[in-house]
Design a binder for this molecule. Structure first.
Ligand code: HPA
Length: 244
């Protein structure tokens, strides 16, 4: 059976219901991951869990050591990764509380350590990234969302921004013209690093606010936290269904 790793994002620094059998304090050639990699049983199945922003939540998106996180999960025996992230909604359909299983990504981040292929290499490598997300994993997530009666979109373009600030109205308008449906700060380089080490990867994105300019109101942390609180129960139910 495939060993899944779950990367928990904002609002998911721990996985209730996970029976922890080991907390692995790992080191990698890229430094330490955000938190110990938890090995345990969830929904009757062996699973790995990593809190992307640490536990407690303390590492902002632009300072996450994505390379260490992916490397540690691979070392710990992960065979596929399900990444959970909170996002802003750009497309009209992406209202607060809506889920999206993105099928494409546009990378607007800058200055992040974004590849394992650097330093002294034997040969230059360019991984194919035409389809950044694993289709089988996406289908599993889509089926689980449907079974849990969640409101969701089975496709979407994830725009990954640098943060930690939120976007301007003009930036979101540009992203919309580019074809982005949702915006978040953690989608890249996580996805490409997983690809570089041949780990199938897909995202479960929860919309926690309308993106900048999508309502007349300004975006508040209180609004985001409320949406996270309301959505995380469903996230856990969807994950349990995927795993079982
Ligand atoms: N923009 C970027 N990242 C986010 C947002 C947003 O509006 N909401 C949650 N993560």
């Amino acid at each position: 059976m495939t060993v899944y790793a779950i990367i928990g994002g904002t609002g998911l620094t721990q996985l209730e219901g996970l029976t922890i059998t080991a907390a692995l304090n790992m080191d990698t050639p890229y430094g330490a991951p955000s938190a110990p990699v938890l090995r345990g049983e969830y929904a009757g199945r062996e699973v790995l869990f990593l809190a992307r922003h640490g536990h407690p939540h303390r590492i902002p998106p632009h300072q996450v050591n994505y390379r260490a996180n992916i490397w540690a999960l691979k070392q710990a025996g992960a065979e596929a990764i399900i990444a959970v992230n909170a996002v802003g909604g750009i497309h009209m359909a992406m209202g607060t509380g809506h889920f999206c299983v993105p099928h494409q990504v546009i990378d607007y981040t800058s200055g992040r350590a974004h590849t394992f292929f650097e330093g002294e290499l034997d040969h230059v490598t360019h991984v194919d990234f035409s389809y950044p997300y694993d289709e089988k994993l996406r289908e599993l997530l889509i089926a689980a969302l449907a079974a849990e009666h969640c409101e969701f979109s089975s496709h979407g373009v994830y725009g990954a921004t640098q943060g930690p600030r939120l976007e301007t109205v003009a930036e979101i308008a540009r992203m919309e013209r580019d074809g982005c449906d949702i915006v978040g700060m953690t989608g890249m380089p996580e996805a490409v690093l997983a690809r570089e080490v041949s780990l199938p990867y897909a995202c479960l994105s929860l919309v926690v606010n309308p993106a900048a300019g999508k309502t007349t109101a300004l975006i508040t942390m209180a609004e985001i936290e409320r949406a996270l609180e309301q959505g995380m129960g469903k996230v856990k139910a969807v994950l349990a269904r995927v795993l079982s």
